[in-house]
Design a protein around this ligand. Structure first.
Ligand code: NAP
Length: 283
Protein backbone atom coordinates (compact mmCIF):
# COMPACT_ATOMS: atom_id res chain seq x y z
CA UNK A 1 0.00 0.00 0.00
CA UNK A 2 1.86 3.01 -1.31
CA UNK A 3 1.28 6.67 -2.02
CA UNK A 4 1.47 6.87 -5.81
CA UNK A 5 2.02 10.19 -7.60
CA UNK A 6 1.45 10.47 -11.35
CA UNK A 7 3.22 13.06 -13.53
CA UNK A 8 5.87 12.87 -10.84
CA UNK A 9 8.57 14.41 -13.04
CA UNK A 10 6.60 17.60 -13.66
CA UNK A 11 7.18 20.78 -11.70
CA UNK A 12 4.28 20.12 -9.31
CA UNK A 13 4.95 16.38 -9.12
CA UNK A 14 8.59 16.92 -8.21
CA UNK A 15 7.55 19.19 -5.34
CA UNK A 16 4.85 16.74 -4.19
CA UNK A 17 7.46 13.95 -4.02
CA UNK A 18 9.72 16.29 -2.04
CA UNK A 19 6.91 17.19 0.37
CA UNK A 20 5.95 13.51 0.79
CA UNK A 21 9.54 12.57 1.62
CA UNK A 22 9.45 15.15 4.44
CA UNK A 23 6.48 13.22 5.90
CA UNK A 24 6.89 9.49 5.15
CA UNK A 25 9.76 7.10 4.36
CA UNK A 26 10.75 6.75 0.70
CA UNK A 27 9.64 3.11 0.55
CA UNK A 28 6.04 4.27 1.01
CA UNK A 29 6.16 6.49 -2.08
CA UNK A 30 5.87 5.50 -5.75
CA UNK A 31 6.42 7.88 -8.66
CA UNK A 32 4.66 7.27 -11.97
CA UNK A 33 6.43 8.92 -14.88
CA UNK A 34 6.66 8.46 -18.63
CA UNK A 35 10.39 9.09 -18.93
CA UNK A 36 12.78 6.95 -16.87
CA UNK A 37 15.74 9.26 -17.45
CA UNK A 38 13.80 12.28 -16.22
CA UNK A 39 12.70 10.25 -13.18
CA UNK A 40 16.26 9.22 -12.25
CA UNK A 41 16.69 11.96 -9.61
CA UNK A 42 13.50 10.71 -7.94
CA UNK A 43 14.74 7.11 -8.00
CA UNK A 44 18.01 8.35 -6.48
CA UNK A 45 16.00 9.46 -3.44
CA UNK A 46 14.88 5.84 -2.87
CA UNK A 47 11.46 6.20 -4.48
CA UNK A 48 10.20 3.37 -6.71
CA UNK A 49 9.53 4.62 -10.24
CA UNK A 50 6.91 3.01 -12.46
CA UNK A 51 6.87 3.98 -16.11
CA UNK A 52 3.48 4.72 -17.61
CA UNK A 53 2.26 7.22 -20.19
CA UNK A 54 -1.32 8.39 -19.72
CA UNK A 55 -1.96 7.10 -23.27
CA UNK A 56 -0.76 3.57 -22.46
CA UNK A 57 -3.53 1.54 -20.80
CA UNK A 58 -1.31 -1.55 -20.47
CA UNK A 59 1.35 0.37 -18.57
CA UNK A 60 -1.26 2.11 -16.41
CA UNK A 61 -2.60 -1.34 -15.45
CA UNK A 62 0.77 -2.00 -13.79
CA UNK A 63 1.06 1.43 -12.18
CA UNK A 64 -1.23 0.99 -9.18
CA UNK A 65 -1.76 -1.60 -6.46
CA UNK A 66 -4.62 -2.59 -4.18
CA UNK A 67 -4.93 -0.21 -1.28
CA UNK A 68 -2.71 2.51 -2.79
CA UNK A 69 -3.48 6.18 -2.31
CA UNK A 70 -3.12 7.84 -5.72
CA UNK A 71 -2.54 11.44 -6.72
CA UNK A 72 -3.60 12.01 -10.33
CA UNK A 73 -1.87 15.18 -11.49
CA UNK A 74 -3.70 16.63 -14.47
CA UNK A 75 -1.95 16.45 -17.83
CA UNK A 76 -1.50 19.05 -20.53
CA UNK A 77 -2.23 17.32 -23.82
CA UNK A 78 -5.41 17.99 -25.83
CA UNK A 79 -6.79 14.50 -25.07
CA UNK A 80 -6.13 14.78 -21.34
CA UNK A 81 -9.78 14.15 -20.51
CA UNK A 82 -9.48 10.64 -21.97
CA UNK A 83 -6.03 10.22 -20.41
CA UNK A 84 -7.42 11.01 -16.97
CA UNK A 85 -10.28 8.57 -17.51
CA UNK A 86 -7.72 5.88 -18.36
CA UNK A 87 -5.81 6.57 -15.15
CA UNK A 88 -9.03 6.46 -13.09
CA UNK A 89 -10.07 3.19 -14.76
CA UNK A 90 -6.68 1.62 -14.01
CA UNK A 91 -6.84 2.82 -10.42
CA UNK A 92 -10.32 1.36 -10.08
CA UNK A 93 -9.23 -1.99 -11.56
CA UNK A 94 -6.34 -2.11 -9.12
CA UNK A 95 -8.64 -1.41 -6.18
CA UNK A 96 -6.86 1.66 -4.85
CA UNK A 97 -8.00 3.01 -1.49
CA UNK A 98 -8.39 6.62 -2.61
CA UNK A 99 -7.70 8.87 -5.56
CA UNK A 100 -6.87 12.56 -5.23
CA UNK A 101 -7.06 14.79 -8.30
CA UNK A 102 -5.58 18.23 -9.03
CA UNK A 103 -8.70 19.99 -10.29
CA UNK A 104 -9.68 23.59 -10.93
CA UNK A 105 -10.82 26.30 -8.54
CA UNK A 106 -14.59 26.23 -8.30
CA UNK A 107 -14.95 22.70 -9.67
CA UNK A 108 -18.26 22.33 -11.55
CA UNK A 109 -18.94 26.07 -11.15
CA UNK A 110 -15.84 27.06 -13.15
CA UNK A 111 -17.35 28.49 -16.34
CA UNK A 112 -14.40 28.84 -18.69
CA UNK A 113 -12.94 26.51 -21.34
CA UNK A 114 -9.84 25.45 -19.39
CA UNK A 115 -12.06 24.07 -16.64
CA UNK A 116 -14.06 21.67 -18.81
CA UNK A 117 -11.50 18.84 -18.68
CA UNK A 118 -11.24 19.17 -14.92
CA UNK A 119 -15.01 19.09 -14.46
CA UNK A 120 -15.21 15.98 -16.67
CA UNK A 121 -12.41 14.35 -14.68
CA UNK A 122 -14.07 15.09 -11.35
CA UNK A 123 -17.22 13.47 -12.76
CA UNK A 124 -15.24 10.42 -13.91
CA UNK A 125 -13.82 10.07 -10.40
CA UNK A 126 -17.31 10.32 -8.91
CA UNK A 127 -18.63 7.78 -11.45
CA UNK A 128 -15.82 5.35 -10.54
CA UNK A 129 -17.15 5.09 -7.00
CA UNK A 130 -13.62 5.34 -5.63
CA UNK A 131 -13.05 7.28 -2.42
CA UNK A 132 -11.68 10.64 -3.58
CA UNK A 133 -10.28 14.02 -2.65
CA UNK A 134 -10.46 16.94 -5.06
CA UNK A 135 -7.64 19.46 -4.81
CA UNK A 136 -9.18 22.39 -6.67
CA UNK A 137 -5.99 24.30 -7.28
CA UNK A 138 -5.98 28.01 -7.99
CA UNK A 139 -3.31 29.64 -10.08
CA UNK A 140 0.39 29.22 -9.32
CA UNK A 141 2.30 32.43 -8.56
CA UNK A 142 4.89 31.08 -10.98
CA UNK A 143 2.45 31.30 -13.91
CA UNK A 144 3.08 35.06 -13.64
CA UNK A 145 6.59 35.24 -12.24
CA UNK A 146 7.98 32.86 -14.91
CA UNK A 147 7.24 35.74 -17.34
CA UNK A 148 9.30 38.30 -15.45
CA UNK A 149 12.00 38.77 -18.11
CA UNK A 150 9.36 39.75 -20.66
CA UNK A 151 7.43 41.82 -18.12
CA UNK A 152 10.53 43.85 -17.31
CA UNK A 153 11.10 44.47 -21.01
CA UNK A 154 7.53 45.08 -22.21
CA UNK A 155 5.38 45.57 -19.13
CA UNK A 156 2.66 43.23 -17.90
CA UNK A 157 0.22 42.45 -20.70
CA UNK A 158 -3.21 40.89 -20.24
CA UNK A 159 -6.94 41.45 -20.49
CA UNK A 160 -8.09 40.62 -16.97
CA UNK A 161 -9.00 44.22 -16.09
CA UNK A 162 -9.24 44.69 -12.33
CA UNK A 163 -9.96 41.01 -11.72
CA UNK A 164 -8.32 39.70 -8.56
CA UNK A 165 -6.17 36.55 -8.43
CA UNK A 166 -5.61 34.61 -5.22
CA UNK A 167 -2.59 32.68 -6.41
CA UNK A 168 -0.12 30.75 -4.26
CA UNK A 169 3.21 29.11 -4.93
CA UNK A 170 3.49 25.71 -6.58
CA UNK A 171 5.23 24.56 -3.39
CA UNK A 172 2.12 25.54 -1.37
CA UNK A 173 -0.12 23.40 -3.58
CA UNK A 174 2.38 20.53 -3.41
CA UNK A 175 2.42 20.70 0.38
CA UNK A 176 -1.38 20.59 0.47
CA UNK A 177 -1.34 17.49 -1.75
CA UNK A 178 1.16 15.80 0.54
CA UNK A 179 -0.98 16.60 3.60
CA UNK A 180 -4.06 15.17 1.92
CA UNK A 181 -2.21 12.04 0.73
CA UNK A 182 -0.65 11.23 4.09
CA UNK A 183 -3.44 12.26 6.45
CA UNK A 184 -6.86 11.01 7.53
CA UNK A 185 -10.27 12.60 7.08
CA UNK A 186 -9.90 13.84 3.49
CA UNK A 187 -12.31 11.40 1.83
CA UNK A 188 -15.18 12.88 -0.20
CA UNK A 189 -13.75 16.36 0.29
CA UNK A 190 -13.28 19.05 -2.36
CA UNK A 191 -10.79 21.67 -1.22
CA UNK A 192 -10.84 25.11 -2.85
CA UNK A 193 -7.16 25.95 -2.74
CA UNK A 194 -5.86 29.45 -3.28
CA UNK A 195 -3.74 32.14 -1.76
CA UNK A 196 -4.54 34.04 1.41
CA UNK A 197 -4.36 37.36 -0.45
CA UNK A 198 -5.42 38.34 -3.94
CA UNK A 199 -4.09 40.97 -6.32
CA UNK A 200 -4.80 42.63 -9.65
CA UNK A 201 -2.46 42.77 -12.62
CA UNK A 202 -1.93 46.49 -11.96
CA UNK A 203 -0.91 45.73 -8.37
CA UNK A 204 1.38 42.97 -9.64
CA UNK A 205 3.05 45.39 -12.06
CA UNK A 206 3.47 47.98 -9.30
CA UNK A 207 5.09 45.41 -7.00
CA UNK A 208 7.43 44.23 -9.76
CA UNK A 209 8.36 47.86 -10.46
CA UNK A 210 9.03 48.47 -6.77
CA UNK A 211 11.24 45.40 -6.34
CA UNK A 212 13.12 45.71 -9.64
CA UNK A 213 13.49 49.49 -9.60
CA UNK A 214 12.31 49.48 -13.23
CA UNK A 215 9.35 51.13 -14.87
CA UNK A 216 6.75 48.34 -15.22
CA UNK A 217 3.13 49.10 -16.11
CA UNK A 218 0.09 46.92 -16.71
CA UNK A 219 -1.29 47.12 -20.24
CA UNK A 220 -4.89 45.93 -20.23
CA UNK A 221 -5.92 44.95 -23.75
CA UNK A 222 -9.26 44.04 -25.30
CA UNK A 223 -9.58 40.23 -25.53
CA UNK A 224 -9.08 40.16 -29.31
CA UNK A 225 -5.84 42.17 -29.05
CA UNK A 226 -4.56 39.99 -26.21
CA UNK A 227 -5.24 36.92 -28.34
CA UNK A 228 -3.15 38.44 -31.14
CA UNK A 229 -0.28 39.17 -28.72
CA UNK A 230 -0.30 35.56 -27.48
CA UNK A 231 -0.47 34.08 -30.99
CA UNK A 232 2.22 36.53 -32.11
CA UNK A 233 4.49 35.27 -29.35
CA UNK A 234 4.28 31.78 -30.86
CA UNK A 235 1.49 30.28 -28.75
CA UNK A 236 -0.80 27.88 -30.67
CA UNK A 237 -4.18 29.55 -31.22
CA UNK A 238 -6.28 27.01 -29.23
CA UNK A 239 -4.02 27.52 -26.21
CA UNK A 240 -4.11 31.30 -26.69
CA UNK A 241 -7.92 31.14 -26.76
CA UNK A 242 -7.80 29.26 -23.47
CA UNK A 243 -5.58 31.93 -21.89
CA UNK A 244 -7.97 34.64 -23.08
CA UNK A 245 -10.82 32.66 -21.51
CA UNK A 246 -8.91 32.55 -18.23
CA UNK A 247 -8.34 36.33 -18.41
CA UNK A 248 -12.05 36.88 -18.96
CA UNK A 249 -12.84 34.56 -16.04
CA UNK A 250 -10.35 36.51 -13.93
CA UNK A 251 -12.16 39.74 -14.75
CA UNK A 252 -15.43 38.06 -13.67
CA UNK A 253 -13.82 37.29 -10.30
CA UNK A 254 -13.44 33.54 -10.76
CA UNK A 255 -9.82 33.51 -9.54
CA UNK A 256 -10.39 35.72 -6.52
CA UNK A 257 -10.10 34.51 -2.96
CA UNK A 258 -12.42 31.76 -1.73
CA UNK A 259 -11.38 31.22 1.86
CA UNK A 260 -8.50 29.65 3.64
CA UNK A 261 -8.50 25.96 2.68
CA UNK A 262 -4.90 26.08 1.45
CA UNK A 263 -3.30 27.77 4.45
CA UNK A 264 -5.43 25.62 6.77
CA UNK A 265 -4.20 22.43 5.11
CA UNK A 266 -0.52 23.40 5.05
CA UNK A 267 -0.58 24.96 8.52
CA UNK A 268 1.09 28.21 7.48
CA UNK A 269 0.27 31.29 5.40
CA UNK A 270 0.47 30.83 1.66
CA UNK A 271 3.39 32.34 -0.25
CA UNK A 272 2.59 35.90 -1.33
CA UNK A 273 3.00 37.06 -4.89
CA UNK A 274 5.54 39.59 -3.59
CA UNK A 275 7.69 36.77 -2.18
CA UNK A 276 7.46 34.82 -5.44
CA UNK A 277 8.45 37.95 -7.40
CA UNK A 278 11.45 38.34 -5.10
CA UNK A 279 12.43 34.70 -5.61
CA UNK A 280 12.12 35.02 -9.38
CA UNK A 281 14.20 38.21 -9.48
CA UNK A 282 17.05 36.42 -7.68
CA UNK A 283 17.20 33.70 -10.39
N1 NAP B 1 -2.74 25.76 -11.25
C1 NAP B 1 -1.96 26.29 -12.17
O1 NAP B 1 -1.57 27.47 -12.13
C2 NAP B 1 -1.50 25.44 -13.30
C3 NAP B 1 -0.63 25.98 -14.26
C4 NAP B 1 -0.19 25.16 -15.28
C5 NAP B 1 -0.64 23.85 -15.35
N2 NAP B 1 -1.48 23.36 -14.41
C6 NAP B 1 -1.99 21.97 -14.43
O2 NAP B 1 -1.33 21.30 -13.35
C7 NAP B 1 -0.54 20.22 -13.87
C8 NAP B 1 0.76 20.15 -13.11
O3 NAP B 1 1.42 21.40 -13.25
P1 NAP B 1 2.99 21.46 -13.48
O4 NAP B 1 3.38 22.84 -13.21
O5 NAP B 1 3.65 20.33 -12.79
O6 NAP B 1 3.07 21.18 -15.06
P2 NAP B 1 4.34 20.57 -15.83
O7 NAP B 1 5.61 20.89 -15.13
O8 NAP B 1 4.20 20.99 -17.25
O9 NAP B 1 4.13 19.00 -15.72
C9 NAP B 1 3.17 18.32 -16.47
C10 NAP B 1 3.35 16.86 -16.15
O10 NAP B 1 2.39 16.10 -16.89
C11 NAP B 1 3.07 14.98 -17.41
N3 NAP B 1 2.40 14.48 -18.59
C12 NAP B 1 1.98 15.20 -19.65
N4 NAP B 1 1.44 14.37 -20.58
C13 NAP B 1 1.58 13.11 -20.07
C14 NAP B 1 1.25 11.83 -20.56
N5 NAP B 1 0.69 11.65 -21.77
N6 NAP B 1 1.51 10.75 -19.78
C15 NAP B 1 2.08 10.90 -18.56
N7 NAP B 1 2.43 12.10 -18.04
C16 NAP B 1 2.18 13.18 -18.80
C17 NAP B 1 4.44 15.50 -17.76
O11 NAP B 1 5.36 14.44 -17.94
P3 NAP B 1 6.91 14.73 -18.31
O12 NAP B 1 7.55 15.12 -17.01
O13 NAP B 1 7.40 13.44 -18.84
O14 NAP B 1 6.91 15.85 -19.31
C18 NAP B 1 4.74 16.34 -16.53
O15 NAP B 1 5.22 15.51 -15.52
C19 NAP B 1 -0.36 20.53 -15.35
O16 NAP B 1 -0.16 19.34 -16.08
C20 NAP B 1 -1.66 21.22 -15.68
O17 NAP B 1 -2.72 20.27 -15.91
C21 NAP B 1 -1.91 24.12 -13.38
Amino acid sequence: MSIVVTAATGQLGTLVIDELLQRVPADQVVAVARDAAKAAPIADRGVEVRIADYNDADALAEAFGTGDTVLLISGLEPNRRDQHRAVIAAAGEAGVARIAYTSVLGGPEADYDLAADHIATEQAVLDSGLPYTFLRNGWYNEVYTDQIAGQLANGVVGSAGDGRIASASRRDFAAAAAVVLTGEGHEKKAYELNGDADWTHAEYAAELARQSGKDVAYHNLPSADYLQVLVGSGMPEPMAQMFVGVAQATERGRLAGRGGDLSALIGRPTTSIADSIAAALVH
